[in-house]
Design a binder for this molecule. Structure first.
Ligand code: HPA
Ligand code: ZN
Length: 326
């Protein structure tokens, strides 16, 4: 059995994937046509060529601009359903999806439109493929804490259907400490909380996310390796990291896969998981990420099994479902 076959057969959960980052070029062009949204690219090949990034911000510029093709509930439904089908094909049993409503409401798309379309696809995926999923809303960290609090309030009618809240977007210069009150209220209302930290930002941001925001997972967390004391805290408390190897390569967080910190983080005793982040932009879905790491870092089958197990341990899923998957 090849490593790719072994990886394909492993049941797994995916915990770090942005719905807006999963619009494949073909669907992107179809949505632009359907909604009469002018775009700068005519073909799938032209789009793929544009997916070359210097850093996180150069990606975010394209990503936020691309969101313009999402207008109606059916658009959010199509994107989410397509992702969940691909995830199901990768033997993902459970997915926790990120969505950034501010990028849509700021363009005049109602929050209800965004959420109802997304939930419809999540329901269909569960019914048709048996894949379970939860939705985590991200506040954009370049925006103010007041705007994040407004998002939390606006989401009240859907509180029972939402898994939690997180923090995404331009990291450097927008530390977790900017959002202490927002996270306090999210926790007070019973939501799960996560934050992107330590992708381009320093280890100090990871520490802030844990100590000031009290997050239950760190999204990325690569720079934790720069702080031995922080690593010990993450290992001791088993705070999971949702690592995204191909994203890190595409956004030049790492120079090449063979120097990716995944294995060093595992060796330090952390609960590490593998995820795709923005699969259509970064060249692969979750299995592609496992395969790239296995090839570059020489991961053993035991290490691959540990990563897949960690994804269920780190998931916000009912204990009975987790036990059945482990
Ligand atoms: N980092 C921060 N924000 C994001 C990302 C990312 O990798 N992808 C989509 N939003
Ligand atoms: Zn992300």
């Amino acid at each position: 059995m090849t490593p790719a076959q072994f990886i394909a057969g492993l049941p797994k959960a995916e915990l770090h994937m942005h719905i807006e980052g999963s619009i494949e070029p073909a669907l992107f062009i179809a949505l632009a046509k359907r909604n009469n949204v002018p775009i700068a690219w005519k073909t799938e090949a032209e789009l793929r060529e544009a997916y070359s990034f210097r850093n996180l911000q150069s990606f975010l510029d394209l990503y936020y601009d691309g969101c313009r093709v999402l207008v109606h509930a059916a658009d959010f439904q199509d994107v989410t359903r397509e992702y969940l089908m691909r995830a199901h094909a990768d033997r993902v049993l459970h997915a926790e999806l990120f969505l950034g409503p501010q990028g849509h409401t700021a363009r005049g798309v109602a929050l209800g439109t965004v959420l109802e379309g997304t939930f419809a696809a999540m329901d269909a995926a569960r019914r048709e493929d048996g894949i379970t999923s939860g939705l985590i809303l991200l506040a954009q960290r370049h925006r103010s804490e007041e705007e994040a609090l407004a998002l939390l309030d606006a989401a009240r009618p859907w509180a029972d259907r939402l898994l939690g809240f997180g923090l995404g977007g331009a990291e450097v210069g927008n530390p977790p400490s900017k959002f202490v009150e927002f996270f306090r209220r999210c926790r007070e209302r019973g939501f799960k909380v996560v934050a992107h930290a330590g992708e381009e930002g320093p280890a100090a941001y990871v520490r802030e996310a844990i100590e000031l925001l009290h997050v239950q997972r760190i999204d990325h967390g690569n720079s934790s390796l720069d702080d031995a004391a922080l690593l010990r805290v993450l290992a001791q408390r088993q705070v999971p990291l949702t690592v995204c190897p191909l994203s890190n390569l595409k956004l030049k967080v790492v120079a090449s896969m063979d120097v990716h910190p995944l294995k060093r983080l595992m060796d330090a005793g952390l609960c590490v998981t593998v995820n795709s982040d923005d699969p259509s932009f970064f060249g692969g879905y979750v299995n592609d990420n496992y395969i790239a790491c296995q090839a570059a870092l020489g991961l053993s089958r035991q290490a691959l099994v540990a990563l897949a197990r960690n994804s269920f341990i780190a998931a916000f899923m009912p204990a009975a479902q987790r036990d059945a998957a482990l």
